[in-house]
Write a protein that binds this ligand. Structure first.
Ligand code: ADP
Ligand code: MG
Length: 438
């Protein structure tokens, strides 16, 4: 398990940190939902806990396929898990025996335009499970907070009423449980595990794609819970109707409740998220640096936080002051060249004109004919999505329109993408055109 964790985590840790801090780590003990590792000394322990704990925990959860805890103990690498002191240390360090981590709560979730509705819906569900939106289906791109919200529901419900039975699973775990129950001929165990719950949280449901029998099992689980007014919350990387081979009866059941999306955070929200992380982890970083990072990493909050952590690790390793210059140096290494380069609005306009075969003058002109108005709205939408320009600035680039026109266009195209597969594909294609030209 540790090798796997290390392997996955190493993608997000720079080579020198890996050498300095991770070579001395040994796995000591692994159980169902807990991994213990030992480090050579207290200093290493403190450093790893302050800088890498959240990353390691996250990776561990995904490796184990469930909410797991990481215990860091200090010990000689040779004497794995021997003395009493090791044991005492582990107990001290083990997290409180709650099933949901304090890290993923509503309190630590920063609200912005892209996630406001998903946040409100999950909170409403957590306050009155099984009553308001059932099922609640949240979809959105990688690293935008879906898992965070799912776990926040678990945490909140558990906090309000410890007698509630709550289960968080990834689709993978559900699938494995189902397959094992078939193999062991123990369907009742399986049913018990999933149907005797007050709240069932299922993450990454898109992995039901192409799994006919697991879909069947999920269908029955869903019905059993739904009939009992038990809350079901589901997360996915896309709208149910874009999960290929998902049976129509499942799609329509998901639509019985509320289907809502999470959009990438705008610049303000990204800065707020970094500030919150800095406060939570007691890191001292200038706003200037946070703003710089937020402006460079825009589509994935996990990467956003990862960038901050990496910059701090680098600064501490080389005893450098955390500054914009340092941040720039570190980010240059980790961000692919393309992601680093900003996209100008002109490029978007150029590509949209080419795609629709119209002239730039018409794109930014005053004509309201559909042949121009639609490409114009698409271009405004893409400018909003792919750049950090403000609404007024985008409006200005489109023949001096005001910010509400841009907002209206953006909202209209977002709705369209969610309801019309052709529009979705079209925007997707345009986005890759623009990105490839930057
Ligand atoms: P997803 O499941 O959508 O891929 P996660 O929920 O795993 O994304 O989020 C990735 C990381 O970003 C997590 O560490 C999470 O805590 C953090 N995060 C996401 N959205 C927010 C937010 N709005 N406020 C604070 N942290 C967030
Ligand atoms: Mg997730």
């Amino acid at each position: 398990v540790w090798a796997e964790v290390l392997d996955r985590a190493s993608e997000q840790i720079d080579v020198s940190s890996l050498r300095v801090w991770f070579e001395g780590i040994r796995p000591v003990d692994v159980r169902e939902d807990r991994l213990e590792i030992s480090v050579p000394n207290t200093f290493a322990k403190e450093y790893i806990e302050s800088r890498f704990r959240s990353l390691l925990e996250e990776v561990l959860d995904s490796v184990m396929g469930r909410e797991s805890s990481l215990v860091v103990s200090v010990g000689s690498p040779a004497g794995a898990g021997n003395g009493a002191s090791d044991g005492a240390e582990s107990v001290l360090n083990a997290r409180a025996p709650r099933s949901f981590k304090a890290k993923y709560t509503f309190d630590t979730f920063v609200i912005g335009a892209g996630n406001r509705f998903a946040h409100a819906a999950t909170l409403a569900v957590a306050e009155t499970p099984g009553v308001v939106y059932n099922p609640l289906f949240i979809y959105g791109g990688v690293g935008l907070g879906k898992t965070h919200l799912l776990r926040a529901v678990g945490h909140y419900v558990e906090d309000q009423d410890p007698s509630m039975r709550i289960r968080y699973v990834t689709c993978e775990q559900f699938t494995n449980d189902f397959i094992n129950s078939m193999r062991d001929n123990s369907p009742l165990d399986f049913q018990k595990r999933y149907r005797e719950q007050d709240v069932l949280l299922v993450d990454d449901i898109q992995f039901l794609e192409n799994k006919v029998e697991t879909q069947e099992a999920f269908f029955h689980t869903f019905n059993a819970l739904y009939e009992e007014n038990k809350q079901i919350v589901i997360a996915s990387d896309r709208h149910p109707k874009y999960i290929q081979t998902l049976e129509n009866r499942l799609v329509s059941r998901f639509e019985w409740g509320l289907v809502t999306d999470i959009q990438p955070p705008d610049l303000e929200t990204r800065i707020a998220i970094l500030r919150k992380k800095a406060i939570m982890d007691r890191l001292e970083v200038d706003d200037e640096v946070l703003t710089f990072i937020a402006s460079k990493v825009s589509t994935n909050i996990r990467e956003l936080e990862g960038a901050l952590v990496r910059i701090l690790a680098y600064a501490s390793l080389y005893e450098r002051r955390v500054s914009v210059a340092l941040a720039e140096e570190v980010l240059k290494d980790i961000l692919p060249d393309q992601a680093y380069r900003e996209i100008p609005i002109e490029l978007i306009q150029h590509e949209v004109c080419r795609y629709f075969g119209i002239a730039k003058a018409d794109l930014v002109g005053q004509s309201r004919s559909k042949g121009f108005a639609y490409p114009r709205q698409v271009a405004m939408y893409l400018s909003r999505e792919l750049t950090d320009e403000s609404l007024p600035k985008i409006g200005k680039a489109f023949g001096g329109r005001d910010h509400s026109t841009v907002m209206h266009a953006t909202a209209k195209i977002s709705r369209l993408i969610n309801s019309d597969r052709d529009a979705f594909n079209q925007i997707h294609e345009l986005t890759s055109h623009v990105k490839s030209k930057r």
